[in-house]
Design a protein around this ligand. Structure first.
Ligand SMILES: C[S@@+](CC[C@H](N)C(=O)[O-])C[C@H]1O[C@@H](n2cnc3c(N)ncnc32)[C@H](O)[C@@H]1O
Length: 212
């Protein structure tokens, strides 16, 4: 059997690592919805949405407030417990699931919007990329955002080659997809653990509806 993918430089690899990262502070991320989610999805009519690697839950709450029926999942039970409190405080409904992207519980699920913001998805021999795309319903939208680490002037917490990044997904999109956005954008976040990152790479693509 081949070895599982492991990230370089001690970056978090599994639920144990992520739980430890979350447990190290009361709040890791800013608590605000991610800027590219707000920029891209504000004008999209609500449907079903999934937040991949939802962390402390801010994006799911923002979507639920706008009428989306939201499922949000993460490998970290510590992050999910925090997300659950934030969801309750916000008075919205988000279906929180303790699962990794490759969990059989998610197999076959399809959503109108798949939101993956800085989701740290190891390649797992190509299975993560396939599973991510598989979550998008016909006619649905994938919004995938990640840091451009080359722009981060010494702030290199992990090696992008270890993870499913927008260029990997962009290269895998065939003629069953329309790409609306694939570009770098400046990122303005001053609070939380991601504050050192200054440039986003944004991929927004729609799966073409099935032809009958
Ligand atoms: C950098 S954080 C981003 C959290 C959130 N999306 C945000 O923007 O605040 C990456 C998240 O991915 C989660 N994660 C890592 N591997 C995962 C996997 N295979 N499936 C689901 N979530 C995963 C981690 O637990 C962590 O919460």
């Amino acid at each position: 059997m081949s070895e599982p993918d492991r990230p370089a430089g001690g970056a978090p690899a599994d639920s144990v690592d992520w739980d430890a990262l979350y447990a190290a502070s009361e709040q890791v991320w800013s608590g605000d919805p991610n800027g590219q989610l707000v920029a891209e999805i504000t004008d999209v009519p609500p449907g079903t949405a999934v937040d991949v690697g939802c962390g402390e839950g801010a994006d799911g709450i923002w979507l639920a407030r706008r009428g989306w029926r939201v499922t949000a999942f993460d490998v970290s039970s510590t992050a999910l417990a925090r997300a659950s409190r934030h969801v309750a405080d916000a008075g919205v409904t988000v279906h929180l699931v303790h699962a990794g992207l490759l969990d059989p519980a998610l197999a076959g699920a399809r959503f109108d919007l798949v939101n993956a913001q800085y989701a740290a998805l190891l390649h797992e021999q190509g299975r993560s990329l396939a599973a991510l795309l598989g979550l998008v319903a016909p006619g649905g939208t994938l919004l995938l955002v990640h840091h451009v680490l080359e722009a981060d002037d010494g702030h290199r917490a992990f090696d992008p080659a270890d993870y499913v990044m927008p260029p990997d997904v962009h290269a895998a999109l065939d003629d069953g997809w329309d790409v609306q956005v694939y570009e770098q954008r400046p990122r303005h976040v001053t609070a939380g653990a991601g504050a050192g990152h200054t440039v986003d790479l944004v991929l927004r693509a729609t799966r073409r509806p099935a032809v009958r």
